[in-house]
Ligand binder design. Structure first.
Ligand SMILES: Cc1cc2nc3c(=O)[nH]c(=O)nc-3n(C[C@H](O)[C@H](O)[C@H](O)COP(=O)(O)O)c2cc1C
Length: 171
């Protein structure tokens, strides 16, 4: 039987948030508030809290990189999600290599198997905790051995691996 709970608990019941590393300028930030937005044109969106350095940088540069880490890059994910670029250079702290984007001026992460170069095309903010920056993917760099199963998910303050495929029953 279901019990009525407060709306925030309802939201926290969403089973999965993908973990990405957002790069802008020379900074990296871990984000779980990330989603697909549109296939045509190919757009994604990322939710950033206004006090982050990343917020300031995306607002001025109007671009960002989305770098998808593998589950075995958890330590770098933790570093980029626990200190601000105002305090340290996170490429150095996390042992990651900056590579210049082809389209955007910001750096991407060499070690991540997927890097997407995005230009901000729209923003959504109605005074909530996050501002959503919708970015059109202008270039995509994908390791040819990349499998989505190697990505990381996050909820309830725990990192998780992607689950199993459930084969469909055929009649
Ligand atoms: C697993 C995880 C997910 C996070 N997701 C977000 C997010 O979606 N949006 C956000 O603004 N901050 C998020 N954070 C917090 C930022 O990564 C963190 O505050 C970071 O230090 C900000 O760096 P900056 O000041 O260099 O931008 C997350 C942190 C962790 C550990």
């Amino acid at each position: 039987m279901k019990k009525e709970e407060n709306p925030t608990h309802g939201m926290m019941s969403i089973p999965g948030f993908p973990i990405v590393l957002v790069t802008v300028d020379r900074n990296i930030m871990t984000a779980a508030a990330f989603s697909f937005y549109s296939f045509k044109p190919p757009c994604v969106m990322v939710g950033i809290v206004p006090k982050r350095l990343t917020f300031e940088l995306i607002s001025s540069k109007r671009e960002y990189g989305i770098n998808i880490p593998r589950a075995d890059q958890l330590e770098a994910v933790r570093v980029c999600g626990s200190i601000s670029g105002r305090e340290a250079n996170k490429f150095t702290k996390a042992g990651l290599t900056p590579t210049k984007g082809k389209v955007i001026d910001s750096f991407l992460i060499e070690e991540c198997p997927v890097s997407l170069e995005c230009k901000v095309v729209h923003e959504v903010d109605f005074g909530g905790s996050h501002r959503w920056f919708i970015g059109e993917i202008k270039a995509a760099h994908i390791d040819q051995n990349y499998k989505r199963d190697s990505a990381l998910m996050y909820w309830s303050r725990e990192y998780r691996k992607v689950g199993e495929v459930i084969p469909l029953k055929t009649e």
